[in-house]
Design a protein around this ligand. Sequence first.
Ligand SMILES: Nc1ncnc2c1ncn2[C@@H]1O[C@H](COP(=O)(O)OP(=O)(O)O)[C@@H](O)[C@H]1O
Ligand SMILES: [Mg+2]
Length: 329
Amino acid sequence: MEVWILYGDDIESNADLAHEVRRFQVEGQKMDVTVKVIRPDQFDLLVSHDARDSILINGKAVPLPDFVFPYFNHHDHSYFSLAIVRQLEQLGVHVYNGAQTIETVRDKLHTHQILAESGITTPDTMLAKFPVDMKLVEDRIGFPVVVKTLNGALGIGVFLIETQSAFRDLMELVGETNPNLQLIFQKFVAQSKGRDLRLFVVDGEVIASMERRAKDGGFKANYSSGASVHEFIPDADAIDMAIKTAQVLDIDIGGIDLLFNEGGGYTICEANTFPGFKGLEKASGVNVASKILESMQRRMAQKKNALSDALIHQDNDAPNSGISHISAE
Ligand SMILES: Nc1ncnc2c1ncn2[C@@H]1O[C@H](COP(=O)(O)OP(=O)(O)O)[C@@H](O)[C@H]1O
Ligand SMILES: [Mg+2]
């Protein structure tokens, strides 16, 4: 099996997800899986009737892989990278996760819209409009309020604003300087301050999980911002919620983050289609990289079986097909 990981940074560096890409290379070697790491900017796309040569790498047409894993880091929001994924999907290559899913999940409001529509608990969330209607925010979301950039990651664009006056000041600043900034306002889940759960879903199954705790009394539990990670055995509710979330968002591989709700239970914080797993492997002891590659192998085997089944049926359904070829001469 050949897997392409689409990754834009230097894999030997400390860049976001570089460690994980190296882990795939190590595990791939043990499992006889060829893992090729290709930067999106090495591709050229040709849209033509002849699908065979539509993907070029470094200017040359190449045989397509069995599986593609887009693993874009948080600053790659380019149209180009998504177009590559779309083209590969169109050519029938297996892709974990598809372009549509990547686009939806990258948009925090869209994610919450789909979850709410599917009956999955999420914190009340509102899209910002300038000038901000303070009364509406006060009535519907309340204070403290969590303010997030629409497409942020790694906790970078997430703020906890404690009071109405601090919120007003911040909104005036944004309204004056950058009114086109896309922001959401979200109910603060106080019970979960500084801690959350990460459940890692691969092809409909939770393969590993952990609890993350923010450092120094902060409220963001992102591993990348220094949170500590702890083993966590999820209960049936948490597992069910993570699997359903992945299902409705059509996520094949995802980090599903849960917050602890007041009065028990959970609420979905967000989903990630490019989840890191350095902290998770440490906390859970699970070999996440090999689990992902194994899941790809299973999918490939299923596809092969389905194909051979279809061929057998075709043969059985068309007993005269051999004769018609001869008589055509
Ligand atoms: N509504 C909320 N209530 C309480 N804590 C939150 C809330 N939203 C986010 N957090 C905390 O902030 C962290 C980062 O928020 P998140 O929405 O996951 O943004 P990012 O995509 O940048 O990781 C979460 O892991 C969680 O610890
Ligand atoms: Mg997050």
